[in-house]
Design a protein around this ligand. Structure first.
Ligand code: NAD
Ligand code: UD1
Length: 348
């Protein structure tokens, strides 16, 4: 089966691509490399080569806003007699703070880019998509665990673009309910790295998320961690989140593709998380215990837009996809540290 992975060179796309290739899928990665490095492609290839796996991977540099470039990929595949069966649509911009500064860029890339892609898919009769949505769309006011039917109320432009895309996908499905098969996966907090240490998360600049910040403190690229508040209404006063191992998340995509392929037509939104909440202090402790690295920290004021407690109800993913997360917080720390230690400066 042939899959197009937009944004397939990014953090989540690269881990999913590797897993798909290992399982015999034919993969095209389409990426502008605006937030990723070509080195990730070489890392994927070297892992598969070392494993003696025969794989089919094509990488194309391009922007999802470039319709003619997208169209050529679909048409070339049809000409080769091996049409694209489905798209996993990772491509997009994902920084909350940047989206506040440059909202038009976020609407252009995320929303207009997705509209372009859907138009080209329709023209080329490819009707199946797994879309990267985000738990950020639930906003501030939900009770935990968060299920898919809770209120959607994004508080930043990034989250608003994800809601707009989900709405566009739902409208498209309703316009032709016999054809489209679409699944929006709402990720909670993807963290960690491939166990080989060859691929992992490589944020540009100072990380804004907790886990890459911790690994950069561990490697001493950053002096100390700032904990955003120790007076939240949680067991130890620090913020609680749902950290999911990147390999569990990647497996969720493969199950989502299998789910779509088993249906005549479908539209679903599905949470992907670990289903468990861990606090910042628990994360620091587990990282120190699992890796032997000390993580110095100080307590800072709360960060704007944060909530106390946020974790997923994952029963829908378990029931519909037959998926469940397998890896522990300890495994997350070990694999994340392995990647950071082997690549102190990331891909650069
Ligand atoms: P990432 O930035 O590592 O990957 C996104 C990829 O898309 C990058 O390789 C980037 O170069 C590419 N890209 C960006 N704009 C593009 C364009 N116009 N055309 C083609 N390619 C383009 O991010 P990620 O963490 O792998 O996230 C993947 C998807 O999952 C994104 O849509 C993101 O919003 C979503 N998501 C991520 C998280 C997270 O915490 N990482 C959480 C929820 C949802
Ligand atoms: C953040 C974004 C969210 C986005 C998600 C994944 C905000 C307000 N929210 O969510 O929209 O979907 O990333 O990209 O930006 N923490 C620290 N010190 C740090 C970093 C984080 O104490 O240096 C704390 C936070 O306050 C939080 C927890 O660690 O309690 C996790 O933070 P983070 O990794 O940024 O994830 P989210 O807050 O879930």
């Amino acid at each position: 089966m042939k899959l197009l992975l937009t944004g397939g060179a990014g953090y989540i796309g690269s881990h999913t691509a590797l897993l798909l290739l290992q399982r015999g899928y034919d993969v095209i990665i389409y990426d502008s490399f605006v937030n990723s490095s070509y080195k990730v492609i070489n890392a994927i290839k070297s892992y598969l080569d070392a494993d003696g796996i025969d794989y089919k991977l094509k990488t194309i540099k391009g922007d999802i806003r470039d319709k003619s470039s997208l169209d050529k990929i679909f048409k070339d595949s049809i000409k080769e007699g091996n049409a694209i069966h489905a798209v996993i649509h990772f491509a997009g911009l994902k920084s909350v703070s940047e989206s506040v500064k440059y909202p038009l860029n976020y609407w252009d890339v995320n929303v207009c880019g997705t509209k372009n892609l859907l138009e080209i898919m329709k023209e080329n009769e490819c009707y199946s998509m797994v879309f990267s949505s985000s738990a950020t769309i639930y906003g501030l006011t939900n009770s935990v665990p968060i299920s898919e039917d809770q209120k959607i109320s994004p508080i930043n432009p990034y989250g608003k673009t994800k809601v707009a895309i989900e709405n566009m996908l739902c409208d498209l499905f309703k316009s032709n309910m016999n054809k489209w098969k679409i699944c929006s996966l709402r990720y909670f907090n993807p963290v960690g790295a491939h166990p080989s240490g060859l691929i992992g998360e490589d944020p540009i600049g100072i990380p804004s998320n907790l886990f890459p910040y911790i690994t950069q403190v561990a490697i001493r690229r950053i002096n100390l961690l700032k904990v955003f508040g120790d007076n939240w209404d949680t067991e130890d006063g620090s913020g609680v989140r749902d950290y999911i191992h990147i390999m569990d998340l990647s497996e969720g995509h493969i199950d989502a593709i299998g789910f779509l392929m088993s249906k005549e037509s479908i539209y679903e939104v599905i949470n992907l998380g670990s289903g468990k909440g861990y606090s910042v202090f628990q994360m620091i402790r587990e990282f120190e215990l699992s890796t032997g690295c000390e993580i110095p920290f100080l307590i800072e004021a709360r960060r704007d837009g944060d909530v106390a407690n946020n974790f997923a109800d994952i029963s829908k993913a378990e029931n519909l996809l037959g998926w469940s997360p397998k890896r522990s917080l300890k495994q997350i720390c070990i694999d994340g540290w392995n990647w950071q230690r082997n690549n102190p400066q990331g891909y650069t």
